[in-house]
Design a protein around this ligand. Structure first.
Ligand SMILES: *[C@@H]1O[C@H](CO)[C@@H](O)[C@H](O)[C@H]1NC(C)=O
Ligand SMILES: *[C@@H]1O[C@H](CO)[C@@H](O)[C@H](O)[C@H]1NC(C)=O
Ligand SMILES: *[C@@H]1O[C@H](CO)[C@@H](O)[C@H](O)[C@H]1NC(C)=O
Ligand SMILES: *[C@@H]1O[C@H](CO)[C@@H](O)[C@H](O)[C@H]1NC(C)=O
Ligand SMILES: *[C@@H]1O[C@H](CO)[C@@H](O)[C@H](O)[C@H]1NC(C)=O
Ligand SMILES: *[C@@H]1O[C@H](CO)[C@@H](O)[C@H](O)[C@H]1NC(C)=O
Ligand SMILES: *[C@@H]1O[C@H](CO)[C@@H](O)[C@H](O)[C@H]1NC(C)=O
Ligand SMILES: *[C@@H]1O[C@H](CO)[C@@H](O)[C@H](O)[C@H]1NC(C)=O
Ligand SMILES: *[C@@H]1O[C@H](CO)[C@@H](O)[C@H](O)[C@H]1NC(C)=O
Length: 680
């Protein structure tokens, strides 16, 4: 789905005219936010593609001063750190005036604790990125711009380091970043979705997820170079076709990773609302399908192979994209490849047990993968269930039936061999191991493999992994994974336990967002259980600073808050059908919205004074239809519900494993009051 299709090279942003799409990229993004309002103050996106530093951190000093347009470096001030105040990424340019020869080093970092004369790690090899050098050979003035291939995709801090044998004084001025991300948008703040609630922290986390996804939406020729560059970096790789594409992280890897998209794409859709980058990312995976039907684990130029789970995530991603965008041309174009990919992975199902036996063992970062691993089996279930839906869309009902039967058989096998009924959670595989992984258990609930009783049990068991700052993954010991936790929070909501979901969001994402050394604006790839900014260090990652601080796979709270707190979820093509099932947790009010090709979807609710009533407004496109499950707020089993002035009595029912008042809401604008009847 291309957004509004407007061709605007110049636009009025923040009151000044600016060339504001990335370089030669066609401007296809929306010009204005779909839902302008007070909540725009939470939006981290800069109002212009040209961004200046906010403050200057002097060497050694703890205090910072406002950046007034220039800094001076000299023998007495050999290092200056410029703080942009939030994650940015792109091309740095500056002016200088010097009274002699001097060399200025430039280094960029995301986290404050890695600030120094060298950049944080990103090149993917074991050597450091180092720094770039501005060599001033004689007195005078000049300008410097970072070469395009040295684009730095994600950073908050720029460190200028000085050396001069003559003691020259260098004045560096007009430091500017030309933002590279979200290349087709002239107004980076023109979000097509929004969120606000009575909790400031949740509001900021929703927008940090959205902004992270913008920083991960990059110009097509700015992927990380392969072969990996040594002692420097290059972002000159071609990632696919088109002008814009969604990658895993701002700084790195800057490659398409379909597993990451399992979290990133729903959150991008419900917030920023741009799907062209998603189509381009999925397309490149199909374009690089292997002869045996397998899909790469990562897109070009990285093109890592041998991951059964990421192979399946491309197929699940295809469902997500088609659900949100109703791009049936994309589906038809790739359908043969899609089918071959299903047969490839289904061919690994063991005839005797009915479980998938994983042989492509690369995965998200969990230490172990292979054999009848439960996480992979949950993902196969979802692949088949969504494949059945897609087959209907292409008009192949017979194939849809085959996928449905396969899904049903797999569901039985999963519950027969992987469920530990004495413990109340799924084991890591069918061997009798005492490891109950966060990924498989969360995904089982999210993918609807479980009963209501299993959901409640899994939700309680998952809490046992928590410490003060998040959920420690048993399958990645010592680590907290906001990627897998993005599924876990959904599983708590789906188990009907909003307080638990909100607790984990605040404890993990809230911890990072408020961390003095973090970006204060994005979501981090992962961290250690003791709160260090490190991830898979000594186990694939060359240095703790390699950790990405703007990683879309960790943006799960953004879609979860829209789907489960505001309560709106797309269930049919482009929102032709949708559900409304808000959960209040400890919140007093919440509202939000998003946009599809059919129009705008918006809902807002507020708890009444006595705590036994609430009201909500809902506005969805005419001709659409929603299934609502309205929550109980007291112990009552009956409520008086007034819809647009008409009152009826509703009894509690169970729908999709949760209790509430069920009703159908037609497209249009409605105002509803729910008053529970005391003593029922
Ligand atoms: C932030 O980084 C500094 C410098 O490495 C370190 O001394 C400090 O403990 C860090 N703060 C936190 C809260 O981790
Ligand atoms: C700076 O340029 C001069 C003159 O071209 C050269 O001799 C010197 O090696 C350069 N220094 C660095 C650090 O590149
Ligand atoms: C540095 O250069 C800027 C821009 O030309 C100028 O405004 C500023 O006064 C200069 N600073 C010093 C200390 O000379
Ligand atoms: C990317 O940059 C690296 C390092 O400068 C260079 O070796 C490589 O040829 C470039 N690749 C492309 C595709 O331009
Ligand atoms: C671009 O698309 C063509 C076919 O449409 C495909 O063969 C080619 O591999 C794609 N290139 C990239 C870099 O994805
Ligand atoms: C089953 O899971 C455990 C725990 O993750 C792991 O140690 C073991 O290697 C797995 N077994 C197989 C056959 O993969
Ligand atoms: C699971 O895989 C292990 C190791 O390959 C095997 O020993 C076991 O029989 C399998 N279990 C089932 C139920 O297929
Ligand atoms: C979950 O699965 C059950 C039975 O398999 C089905 O009836 C129900 O509609 C599913 N729920 C959702 C939300 O897909
Ligand atoms: C989805 O696309 C199909 C095929 O182009 C079209 O017939 C249908 O009306 C579309 N549905 C919506 C809700 O836009």
């Amino acid at each position: 789905m291309k957004s509004l299709g407007l061709l605007a090279v110049f636009s009025l942003v923040g009151g000044s005219w600016a060339v504001s799409c990335w370089r030669e990229t066609p401007c296809t993004g929306p010009l204005e936010p779909a839902f302008p309002g007070d909540w725009d103050s939470y939006n981290y996106a800069p109002s212009s593609r040209s961004v200046k530093p906010k403050t200057v951190l002097s060497s050694g000093a703890l205090s910072s001063t406002v950046y007034d347009g220039s800094v001076v470096l000299s023998a007495g001030i050999p290092r200056v750190v410029l703080d942009f105040g939030l994650e940015v990424g792109g091309i740095t340019s500056l002016r200088y005036t010097s009274d002699g020869a001097a060399v200025i080093g430039l280094a960029w970092t995301e986290a404050k604790n890695w600030v120094g004369s060298d950049s944080d790690y990103s090149n993917g090899g074991s050597t450091p990125d180092g720094h770039l050098t501005l060599n001033i050979t004689e007195p005078g003035s000049g300008t410097y711009e970072v070469p395009l291939e040295k684009l730095r995709g994600g950073f908050r801090y720029l460190t200028l380091s000085y050396s001069s044998s003559t003691g020259a004084v260098v004045n560096v001025s007009d430091v500017l970043i030309e933002i590279g991300f979200q290349p087709t948008w002239s107004n980076l703040r023109a979000y097509q979705g929004y969120f606000r609630s009575s909790d400031e922290t949740l509001n900021k986390i929703w927008y940090a997820g959205a902004y992270t996804l913008q920083t991960n939406t990059v110009p097509i020729k700015t992927g990380r170079a392969i072969p990996m560059v040594r002692n420097s970096w290059s972002n000159n790789g071609t990632l696919g076709n088109g002008s814009t594409i969604i990658v895993d992280g701002a700084k790195r890897d800057r490659a398409v990773w379909p597993g990451d998209m399992g979290v990133a794409v729903p959150s991008a859709f419900y917030s920023v609302g741009e799907l062209e980058s998603v189509a381009n990312a999925l397309q490149v995976m199909y374009d690089y399908q292997n002869g045996d039907g397998s899909l790469p684990e990562a897109g070009p130029p990285l093109l890592q192979q041998d991951s059964d789970t990421y192979h399946m995530w491309t197929l699940i991603g295809t469902y997500n994209y088609v659900l949100y965008g109703n791009d049936t041309n994309f589906l038809a174009h790739n359908w043969d490849r899609y089918r071959r990919a299903i047969e490839y992975v289904y061919g690994k199902v063991d005839e005797k047990s009915g479980l998938l036996s994983v042989t492509g063992t690369r995965d998200w970062a969990r230490w172990g993968q292979g054999s009848n691993n439960s996480e992979a089996n949950m993902i196969l279930y979802r692949t088949l269930a969504t494949g059945s839906y897609l087959a209907v869309l292409v008009g192949d009902n017979a194939l849809s039936g085959i996928y449905t039967d396969r899904a049903a058989a797999l569901l039985t096998a999963i519950n027969t061999y992987l469920w530990d009924s004495s413990y109340g959670a799924f084991r890591d595989n069918a061997t009798d191991v005492r490891l109950y992984p966060q990924d498989a258990n969360s995904l089982a609930v999210v993918f609807n493999i479980t009963s209501a009783e299993q959901d409640r049990s899994i939700s309680s068991r998952l809490v046992e992994n928590w410490n003060d700052i998040g959920a420690v993954s048993p399958e990645l010991p010592g680590h907290i994974s906001p990627f897998i936790s993005s599924f876990e929070i959904q599983s708590h909501f789906l188990a009907g336990n909003a307080p638990r979901a909100l607790d984990l969001i605040r404890r993990s994402w809230g911890w990072y967002l408020n961390h003095p050394n973090g970006t204060g604006s994005t979501v981090i790839e992962g961290y250690l259980e003791d709160g260090s900014f490190a991830y898979r260090f000594n186990r694939g990652y060359p240095h703790a600073s390699y950790t990405s601080h703007a990683h879309g796979w960790s943006a799960g709270p953004t879609s979860a808050l829209t789907n489960h707190v505001v309560g709106l979820t797309v269930t049919g093509p482009a929102g032709q059908t949708w559900s409304f099932a808000p959960q209040f947790g400890d919140l007093e009010f919440a509202e939000g919205g998003f946009t599809t090709a059919l129009g705008k979807f918006q809902a807002s609710w507020a708890i009444g004074n006595a705590g036994k009533s609430y009201s909500f407004n809902i506005a969805t496109p005419a001709g659409t239809e929603g299934s609502a499950l309205l929550p109980r707020v007291s112990g009552s089993r009956e409520a008086k519900i007034t819809i647009d002035g008409e009152t009826g009595i509703y009894e509690v029912r169970t729908v999709n494993k949760l209790e509430g008042y069920a009703l159908t809401i037609h497209g249009g604008t409605h105002s509803v009051l729910v008053q529970e009847i005391v003593g029922t």
